[in-house]
Design a protein. Structure first.
Length: 494
């Protein structure tokens, strides 16, 4: 995409004093769609909206010329460049954070579609009642692959015409939503390019079930029960949710909107409620789902309502400029869970794309997770470890959390220098330990104090920090150093 990045930079520099940045961004995407449309030799009747933007005709033609002269033919042939182009163009825009715009690499999309949509329909003789949803579709990468799989099934299993097949898929089977109305606009164009080229028609009237909705609010597809729900839901950590969402509404609507929740857990919860029994859910989400204490509730829901088919740890750097570990989780919704069900697990290491397709899995009985503290989805422990845990539980009938509670310590967030001091005479100061002060069986205070005053956090400026509940500060406890290659613990009763 280097050529595209260079072209966008040139256009932004050329018009930065003439138009608002958002207007230029929109103009670049509109021009790019026009060029793709022309490259596929399709009718111009659908392009009127793209020419009717806030950039004058002469400047819009100049943008078209720069893109056309800078980019090679592959950028106009492959529709999958559209989502990548859109993500880059708004890379410094607030909407990238608000809508969590990180488009999924094609190799992951292809794998997820094969192991959810294709796996679901391959034994079906009739798809007339099939319903598939992508609840955070962006520019439509998942939808293109899903369309291809469905179209191939119809070609192989029916005698319908191409036009009839497209109508069946797009008007009766495929549904999609996204909170970003601009992304939805380009998603529709991308699908229409796909359809028009496939049918080789000047005109084809079709109603696409693609909507600009906030999926987490009530909307007109909530009453539909889906067979497959697939996608890459947004991730927005708790401290940023108040900037873009009504947190109190989310707490009133979703069971998992508790504690320091992330938006993606709400997507999973709603998806499970919208699915038919025996339906499939496949999402790519942060690896925090597996072990983090903020996702206990959604893990319990997954254990109670689904058979977890697969968990794949993809590692980090899956998305540009995103360092968090990512996973693919695929589940089947069930009325009752098979007690002998085993989860197919894998952790990728070096060549992510190549390793994804290797049939090197571990199989972990789902029942093991019921007996783990906080229902952690542990895919790293050996079978011996799991069996030992199960033996301990059977002999005691106790979980660790029956005897204690495990919590995180103080997190100073982005105001460490504001909260921490070495001056004991500052207001409301209390002694505080850092992880490096905790040793095996003892701790040694390092002379640091914390200002125990939540009013110091200025939420309006985006400041965030987390304090501990008082009972955990003053009651006896075991301190565990968080960053270490083994358990380093000390007893504390101060």
């Amino acid at each position: 995409m280097d050529l595209f990045y260079d072209a966008v930079g040139q256009i932004l520099d050329l018009f930065k004093y003439k138009y608002d940045k958002k207007i230029i961004q929109s103009g670049i995407m509109d021009a790019y769609i026009v060029l793709i449309w022309k490259n596929h030799e399709l009718s111009h009747r659908y392009l009127k909206e793209l020419y009717n933007n806030d950039i004058n005709t002469k400047d819009f033609q100049k943008i078209i010329y720069i893109l056309q002269s800078k980019l090679s033919k592959k950028y106009f042939d492959d529709l999958y460049y559209i989502p990548t182009a859109y993500e880059f163009i708004i890379s410094n825009d607030i909407n990238k954070e608000k809508y969590s715009i990180y488009y999924t690499p094609k190799w992951i999309v292809k794998y997820m579609v094969a192991n959810s949509v294709n796996a679901y329909i391959k034994t079906k003789k009739d798809l007339s009642s099939l319903k598939i949803l992508e609840p955070s579709c962006g520019c439509g990468t998942f939808l293109l692959y899903v369309f291809d799989v469905l179209y191939e099934w119809y070609i192989q299993n029916t005698k319908l015409t191409k036009e009839h097949i497209v109508k069946e898929i797009m008007e009766k089977i495929l549904y999609a939503t996204d909170i970003d109305e601009v992304a939805v606009k380009y998603c529709k164009y991308m699908l229409m390019i796909k359809i028009m080229e496939l049918l080789n028609k000047e005109r084809f009237d079709i109603n696409l079930n693609i909507y600009s909705y906030d999926y987490l609010k009530e909307n007109n597809i909530d009453k539909i029960k889906f067979d497959v729900i697939i996608g890459n839901p947004p991730y927005l950590e708790n401290r940023k949710i108040n900037k873009y969402y009504d947190k109190e509404y989310l707490k009133s609507k979703y069971t998992t909107a508790s504690g320091r929740f992330d938006i993606y857990s709400l997507f999973i919860e709603k998806a499970l409620n919208m699915m038919k029994y025996e339906g499939k859910l496949s999402f790519i989400v942060p690896g925090s789902l597996l072990t983090n204490n903020n996702f206990i509730l959604i893990r319990k829901i997954l254990l109670d309502k689904t058979e977890i088919i697969e968990i794949i740890k993809l590692g980090d750097k899956i998305f540009n400029n995103v360092g968090m570990d990512m996973i693919i989780i695929t589940v089947d919704k069930k009325k009752s869970i098979n007690t002998n069900h085993e989860i197919q697990c894998k952790e990728l290491h070096y060549n992510h794309e190549k390793d994804l397709y290797k049939k090197e899995y571990r199989y972990i009985p789902q029942k093991y997770y019921y007996n783990l503290l906080n229902y952690v989805f542990d895919i790293g422990s050996t079978n011996i470890t799991f069996k030992m845990r199960e033996k301990v539980y059977k002999s005691t009938q106790l979980y660790l959390n029956d005897r204690c509670e495990v919590i995180a310590g103080i997190a100073t967030g982005n105001i460490r220098n504001k909260l921490l001091t070495r001056n004991e005479n500052d207001m409301n100061t209390k002694k505080v330990l850092e992880g490096k002060n905790v040793f095996s069986y003892y701790y040694q205070w390092g002379g640091l104090y914390i200002k125990d005053d939540k009013s110091l956090i200025n939420r309006d400026k985006g400041e965030y920090a987390t304090f501990m509940r008082k009972e955990f500060i003053y009651n006896e406890k075991i301190l565990i150093r968080q960053t270490a290659d083994r358990f380093i613990c000390a007893y504390d009763d101060e």
